[in-house]
Structure formats: structure tokens, C-alpha cells
Write a protein that binds this ligand. Structure first.
Ligand code: GRF
Length: 215
């Protein structure tokens, strides 16, 4: 389901092998789904996990699946030569943010224009921006008595949650839903759709629908 469609674009990467780097700060449940999705593929590979927390759960997934990982500080993330050097070393041509909490620096946004995706656990542009992460999002949705929430997959620009929207999927809410229940249902949607949308973008099998201008 591609519910919101305006300018149809395609990344047209179908003839080259894609090496993905996943950036994650937390448990990495989305990262794991993506790793599993591409595990036996010759055309797309999860080649690197990047995290800013040395105790992030995503590191366990990397170890178990024998994927190299890189632990960075906020300062290292802003070090253009260091970051681009590492990404080049692993042949990275696509970046997936999956619960990565640091703001992406401008040089990286430019280098990976339309080649860096994020997933947000709400229907952007509502409930996005600084401070809108984790349970904050679902509490705000509950407080506003929204009748629906959902997921947004979008390209990354230099502002939190503002890049062009690629895909959204909604879930209906009832008055009885607690923030925890909303979180559970939204995360299930993320697990169902994120890897598939990445795959469709990378392989060019399905065109993406971008709602806004570049990034
Ligand atoms: C997800 O809810 C995602 O939408 C947000 O961060 C969370 C990451 O969860 N950007 P996990 O670490 O993948 O379980």
C-alpha cells in the first residue's frame, strides 16, 4: 500500500550491488528485521552497523550476524574525513537510520542525498522534531486523542523528521489504547514495512513516492 503519492521517482539502483549501513542507538529491533530480510541476498547486503552507544542492543545483532560494527561519539560523527573514510572502506552506498538519536551532519546528508532513510513512529509532519522520540511520541498522540497513528519512512535532511516522505502506513486507535499499546502496534507496523520499503527503493522494483522537494 502506497497511500500518499505525488511525484514518482526511482533510485534506479537495480544494476549495482547495494551495501547498507544501519545507524541505531537502541535495541535495534528494526535493524534486526532489516538484517534478516537481506541475509541471503546477493544484490543487497547489510555491511556495517553504526551506533553511538557501546551498550546498544543492536551490537548483539551485529555480532550474531557477523556484521562489522562501529561505535562513534557525537564528535566523531561530525568528523567528515573519519566518517566518510569508514563508509568508503565498507563500500556503503545507502544509509538506514533505525532509532539513531544523533542529528545527522550536513556533509553526510549531502553525500547520501536520497540515499538515507529514517523511520518515525508517527504520521509526520505531526509528532516529529526535537524531543519527539520513543514514548514521548505515543504519549503526545494519546494526549491529543488522535483516532489514528502510524509510521513514516522518509529521506533524511539536516532537521529532525523533516525529509521528504517516502511511505506512510496508518493504524486506527481506540479511546482505550494506552501509550504503551499504541507503541506496540506502531512498532509492529515498522517491523512489517521498513525492510520491504528499503528493498523496493534499492532494487527499483517499485517506484517511491516522494511528497516534498529533494530531501
Ligand atoms: C523505532 O520506534 C523507530 O521508529 C524510532 O526509533 C525506534 C527504534 O526502535 N526511530 P528499535 O531500536 O528498532 O527497536
Amino acid at each position: 500500500m502506497w497511500p500518499m503519492r505525488r511525484n514518482i521517482i526511482s533510485l534506479d539502483l537495480s544494476s549495482v550491488k547495494s551495501n547498507i549501513a544501519i545507524f541505531a542507538s537502541g535495541s535495534g529491533s528494526n535493524a534486526l528485521k532489516i538484517i534478516e530480510h537481506f541475509e541471503n541476498r546477493s544484490d543487497v547486503s547489510v555491511a556495517l552497523i553504526v551506533t553511538n552507544r557501546d551498550n546498544a542492543g543492536v551490537l548483539n545483532h551485529a555480532t550474531r550476524h557477523q556484521i562489522p560494527s562501529l561505535i562513534i561519539t557525537k564528535n566523531l560523527l561530525s568528523d567528515e574525513a573519519f566518517i566518510l573514510g569508514k563508509l568508503n572502506l565498507f563500500g556503503i552506498d545507502f544509509i538506514v537510520l533505525a532509532g539513531f538519536l544523533l542529528l545527522i551532519p550536513e556533509f553526510l546528508v549531502k553525500r547520501f542525498a536520497r540515499k538515507m532513510l529514517n523511520i518515525h513512529p508517527a504520521l509526520l509532519p505531526k509528532y516529529g522534531g526535537p524531543g519527539m522520540y520513543g514514548s514521548n511520541v505515543h504519549r503526545a498522540v494519546k494526549q491529543a486523542q488522535e483516532t489514528e497513528s502510524g509510521i513514516t519512512i522518509h529521506f533524511v535532511n539536516t532537521k529532525y523528521d523533516e525529509g521528504g516522505i517516502v511511505y506512510q502506513h496508518t493504524v486506527s486507535l481506540s479511546q482505550d489504547d494506552t501509550p504503551e499499546e499504541i507503541a506496540r502496534r506502531v512498532l509492529a507496523l515498522e517491523h512489517l514495512h521498513y525492510a520491504r520499503v528499503i528493498d523496493q527503493l534499492l532494487t527499483g522494483r517499485v517506484h517511491s513516492a516522494e511528497l516534498q522537494s529533494d530531501n
